[in-house]
Design a protein around this ligand. Sequence first.
Ligand code: ADP
Ligand code: MG
Ligand code: ZN
Length: 470
Amino acid sequence: MRKYVTSVGLEVHAVLLTVSKIFCKCRSKTGSEPNEDICPICMGYPGTLPNINKKVFDLAIRVGLICNCQINRCIHFDRKNYFYPDTSKSYQITQSEMPVAKNGYFKLPSNGKIIKIERIHLEEDSAKMFHDEHDVTLIDFNRSGRPLIELVTSPDLNSFKEASEFASEISSVLEFGGISEAKMNEGTIRFDVNVSMSESDDVFGQRVEIKNLNSLESLEISIRKEEERQRKIIESGGKVKRETRRYNESEQVTELLRDKEENCDYRYFCEPDIPSICFTGMEIEAIKNQIPLLASERFIIYTEKYKLPTISAKTILSNKCISDFFDEVIKFYGNYKSIANFLLNEFLRRFKECSYKIPFSAFFFAKLVEMIDKGVVSCLNAKEILRIMFESGGDPLEIAKKFGFILVEDSKIIKEIVENILEENDKMVKDYKSGKTNVLGCIMKEAMSKLRNAQPQDIKKQIENKLNKK
Ligand code: ADP
Ligand code: MG
Ligand code: ZN
């Protein structure tokens, strides 16, 4: 098989984490009832005027700074003119000539490769169309006017793996930077991929754009399928055509959306209803100082300062909510490893079941882990306490008392019960004395069932004491 260089450039669209939309006061929210968060401005009524939400500059500049970009001191908006039912004004307010940021780069953690960032700009999201089974199209305007950033990379990614890593890393940056929820499954981050193939490093092939991918899986598959398709065209002597395609998820193939040759002219011009905006160096500096710790920075703290194993640190950092919770918990109890252990096992499972909600405080979680470490409750019962906390919240100590989970520390009680068991199981004792020490397991099991609130090691000690004396 002949060798080709694959080049991929990504266009990332992320919904910014603001309370209201970019040009009106409507809520910017995922999951409202259809057309619940709308007004004449975001529905594009003639005669309305956009009123810019200043928060979007802060968030967009943050991304620019994180991606090592040049921040434009003065920016303006432009109109991109086209007709489509989800764009009822017949134009989208976006940025063409003077975007928020340009000429940056982002390093891929796995191989240190530099991916150039061409530009980062602000724009408004379109409404969303639904095609129902009767061939009727419905439009939901909740999404119309939600603030977006578009981040455009150079075609520096050379495989579906690198593209997928970039997509996943940039999502994490946006999430930890407090810039976007960046949830692919909810559409708050979406990708367009541009793929081309050539026979040498120094020329690019013709690019094909695949629109609107919303999972890492579809991103990877569509790039691989596109590579296959382009390879076939080239090897059969044909020429790859510049076109826009979409990914058909159920069939796992890309299909033609439109030919670029018939590409329309968007007739960009400066948006007359929004004045240019300028930022001072001090304002940009202040934004820089507000950027929260990103996952990569927290990773260093977790592994070097808290000495957590890499895999634990990575798992905690796979979700900002878990990482924030961990950071809270350790303020109340300083045994990082115990907290990480309990968090990553029992907690994580319940957390997923509870659709990523934590119905109790970091303080109570810290208290529960401390109770295990101090031997107040067994690890087994702590899991049960956590289950109750996830169901109804509450103080773990109170729960332990209420349900009788406090460990028996009184060795007298343990001794008494062990003695009873040994008396009732004469044969086992004899077996043990004649060298069959594996009966110890059976005796342990029996004792554990009667002493649910005692530490196994205390029980074992008592049994061995007794057996070796008799
Ligand atoms: P458009 O509006 O046409 O999509 P953009 O400038 O927004 O243009 O995006 C162009 C994208 O295409 C960028 O991500 C860029 O890296 C990518 N790209 C440009 N040329 C090629 C190429 N030959 N192969 C792969 N990707 C390319
Ligand atoms: Mg594009
Ligand atoms: Zn509105």
